[in-house]
Design a protein around this ligand. Structure first.
Ligand code: HEM
Length: 331
């Protein structure tokens, strides 16, 4: 009997996630809360789904928060900590991200069913996965069992988070420091099929001359939205995907890369070559453009892999926070 396409997506995503040994090696497991808080994952999913129903851009916010959490001192919810008098410079004081209040609301809903059981690091991982379900239409297991860390240091953000001006080799090097490879880079960059950016990240490619790798018609339209930097307007929001539905996570990103219709140098450079990788990433762009189901499975696997970066598990120093914006002993 033929399998419905939606089921195929679930099945392949499960396989990709299962094949990703990183999280398991890191001490995470599927269904970590099945006995300690059986409602945990459903609660996160329901709240996230409601938030995305109210504001379809929120899925992208959760996915990006998870990426930024994992790329700075591992997936330990350090991104969520508010500044304190003793630590006025936490990660969130550097790059503005959306969704902090929303995560605090999800945590409150989880605390209402199980107090002090589910970590904020896991809540963020589940929220990212559930955003993919809601905005991308495919599902997968997200291993859990992360603890929340105690520290958050602004200076570590720019060491960990790649710049949108990066060229391919810089991106490969950055991902390698996190244990991620060229395929992970290409596959996870597909997250730029949805969500928002701001003109200031785009204007360096528009002024004083248009980056020749950008499609000329696309650039002309973008210039109408994003004025030259000297005229202000850097904080104007634009959609990452200006070609199709900007709230849908999909493999459209790869069509946009191939046609020169992406916003960042770091997106377009995936078509470049390096001495070590040759045209490998460009070939992956072409393959992911042609195979949406395979990309979904790869994306699920890569999200699980990213979710295993430098996690704190039960043998590490860490805690389950009562609230996501502060450690239990605020100081
Ligand atoms: C490869 C290196 C990457 C660079 C240089 C990069 C850079 C950026 C930048 C500059 C923005 C716009 C920020 C703003 O204007 O507020 C953005 C948005 C976004 N990025 Fe990335 N990113 C990268 C990788 C990733 C990865 C791995 C993911 C997730 C798997 C991701 C998910 C997103 C999402 C979903 C948004 C939209 C956020 C929103 O709507 O609030 N990015 N990225």
């Amino acid at each position: 009997m033929a399998m419905a396409p939606s089921k195929v997506v679930v099945l392949m995503a499960f396989m990709a996630a299962a094949l990703s040994s990183v999280s398991m090696a890191a001490g995470l497991q599927h269904g970590f809360y099945y006995s300690s808080c059986p409602q945990a994952e459903d609660t996160v999913r329901n709240v996230v789904q409601g938030m995305i129903n109210n504001d379809p851009t929120m899925g992208a916010a959760f996915v990006r928060l998870f990426f930024h959490d994992c790329f700075v001192r591992g997936c330990d919810a350090s991104i969520l900590l508010d500044p304190t008098t003793s630590n006025p410079q936490t990660e969130k004081t550097t790059i503005p991200l959306r969704g902090y209040d929303a995560v605090n609301k999800i945590k409150a809903a989880v605390e209402a069913v199980c107090s002090r059981v589910v970590s904020c690091a896991d809540i963020l991982a589940f929220a990212a996965r559930d955003s993919i379900v809601a905005s991308g239409g495919f599902n997968f297991h997200m291993p859990s069992g992360r603890l929340d860390g105690f520290r958050s240091i602004a200076d570590e953000v720019f060491q960990g988070i790649p710049s949108p001006a990066f060229q391919l080799q810089e991106l490969l090097d950055n991902f390698a420091t996190k244990g991620l490879n060229a395929e992970d880079l290409v596959v996870l960059s597909g997250a730029h099929s949805f969500g928002l950016t701001h003109c200031n990240f785009v204007t360096p490619r528009l002024y004083p001359t248009v980056d020749p790798t950008m499609n000329a018609t696309f650039a002309a339209a973008l210039k109408k939205v994003c004025p030259p930097p000297r005229n202000g307007g850097g904080f104007i929001s634009v959609s990452n995907n200006r070609v199709t539905d900007p709230n849908k996570l999909s493999n459209q990103f790869y069509h946009n890369v191939a046609s020169g219709q992406v916003l960042f140098t770091s997106d377009q450079t995936l078509m470049d070559q390096t001495p070590t990788t040759g045209n490998k990433t460009a070939a992956m762009v072409t393959d992911n453009a042609a195979n949406p189901i395979a990309w979904m499975a790869r994306f699920a696997g890569a999200m699980v892999k990213m979710g295993g970066i430098e996690v704190l598990t039960r043998t590490d120093p860490g805690e389950v926070r009562k609230v996501c914006f502060a450690t239990n002993n605020v100081g």
